[in-house]
Design a protein around this ligand. Structure first.
Ligand code: ADP
Length: 397
């Protein structure tokens, strides 16, 4: 009898277990099977777990939906790249401006955007670097690309449409170029007349003294405006025109510059050191402007009797043009900004010193065109050291 009861219970348990197994194997959906005693509790726990899972799934899909919606309205194209630059995810705009398709998921981005400069950027770029490319599907769109590292080996590629910004910038440049160009002739005429008027010998009275003073002032300001216009036109040319590269004998160039500048000085102040006879491949006229700006600045912003060192040297396959003065120096906060157009430190103090505030902007552009770098070391009252570092590729002779 006992065996009978035991056997009956065993069969019942087996039925319940197989019922549970069947229910679980069909995804634990629909109604929960009925059970008694401990089985009722087991089913109840399963029921709770199933509901919690359902709820979590719902929440997750809501978050994913919200994420998709927000990334789709992002003003920039975004792509998540894996360790080997394979596409893991991209937003709507990435598809629109970079021409990506749904099926491109998992593909290497370098197989889809094949421009060599883009591939080089993907493989070598650092976090603070950007690259401007033309959209592979619309040549009217310019994109600024940035790569940000995150996660393990993952990177986020952000492509910003800068077409409008570039248009505005080009309009601004054109405007400045045109105005500068148009001002050139009237200024030459004005300067010519002022020169003639200055030569006239006026009768010696108070009025003629005032007239003489006014003419000198007018002449000085016209000359200043002419320098300004010339510098603006030079900058415009540096930004737009193709470089005419040729071999430049730097020693000869520095000698000419220094001779011309020394001619304007009352006593010789430049100390020349040539440590290499190497020249450079570049544009002579531009290098002339950059080097002379640096030497003139060194003389201008240091005491009249002080000496300025000009050094041409080679180190570790780099060529260096150094200008060292013992003048007023530059405070650290100004250093990152002094190559900006019209940036002049302490204008009141420098007002008496002629200058346009464009000299170092010209230096920066000339160096950029020669793939060179401007290194500035300076401290107030300790003098300044401006160093132009030309890379190895310019080292041909
Ligand atoms: P500027 O025509 O005023 O000389 P630059 O662009 O050549 O314009 O230089 C910008 C500013 O940087 C200058 O106004 C000056 O304040 C500072 N500067 C440039 N070179 C030197 C230097 N060698 N020593 C100290 N200050 C300098």
């Amino acid at each position: 009898m006992l065996l009978f009861i035991f056997f009956g219970a065993f069969i019942q348990q087996t039925i319940l277990i197989s019922q549970l197994e069947r229910w679980l194997s069909t995804g634990a959906g629909g109604n929960i099977p009925k059970g008694k005693g401990i089985w009722e509790n087991i089913y109840y726990h399963f029921y709770c777990l199933r509901n919690a899972k359902k709820k979590r799934k719902k929440q997750l899909s809501k978050i994913i939906k919200q994420f998709r919606q927000s990334t789709d309205v992002l003003p920039d194209a975004a792509i998540v790249l894996g360790e080997n630059n394979e596409i893991e995810w991209s937003n709507k705009l990435a598809k629109k401006v970079l021409g990506l398709k749904k099926v491109d998921k998992g593909q290497r981005l370098s197989n889809l955007i094949r421009s060599p400069e883009f591939i080089l950027f993907l493989n070598t770029s650092h976090e603070d670097e950007t690259l401007i490319i033309i959209s592979p599907i619309n040549s009217n769109i310019s994109l600024q690309i940035r790569l940000v590292k995150y996660g393990i080996g993952q990177r986020l590629l952000i492509a910003q449409d800068i077409t409008q910004q570039q248009k505005i910038e080009s309009m601004r440049k054109n405007f400045v170029d045109n105005v500068s160009h148009e001002l050139r002739t009237p200024l030459t005429v004005l300067k010519g007349y002022l020169e003639t008027l200055q030569d006239i010998n006026y009768t010696n009275n108070q009025q003629s003294e005032l007239l003489g003073y006014s003419l000198t002032q007018m002449y000085g300001q016209t000359e200043r405006m002419q320098y300004l216009v010339d510098d603006l036109l030079l900058l415009a040319r540096l930004e737009t025109q193709q470089q005419k590269v040729g071999y430049v004998d730097i020693i000869a160039l520095i000698n000419i510059i220094c001779m011309e500048i020394e001619g304007l000085e009352t006593q010789p102040r430049i100390e020349l050191h040539f440590k290499t006879d190497s020249g450079l491949y570049g544009e002579e006229a531009d290098l002339y402007s950059a080097f002379s700006n640096l030497i003139v600045n060194a003389l201008k912003y240091s005491p009249p009797e002080s000496t300025v060192k000009v050094i041409w040297s080679q180190k570790n396959n780099y060529l260096y043009f150094d200008v060292i003065d013992t003048g007023e120096g530059i405070a650290e906060i100004h250093i990152p900004r002094i190559t900006e157009r019209f940036y002049r430190i302490d204008i009141k103090r420098n007002y008496k010193l002629s200058g346009t505030g464009l000299g170092l902007a010209i230096v920066k552009h000339v160096l950029m065109r020669h793939e060179a770098k401007l290194i500035i070391n300076s401290q107030p009252q300790q003098g300044s050291h401006f160093s132009c570092e030309f890379p190895k590729q310019a080292l041909k002779k």
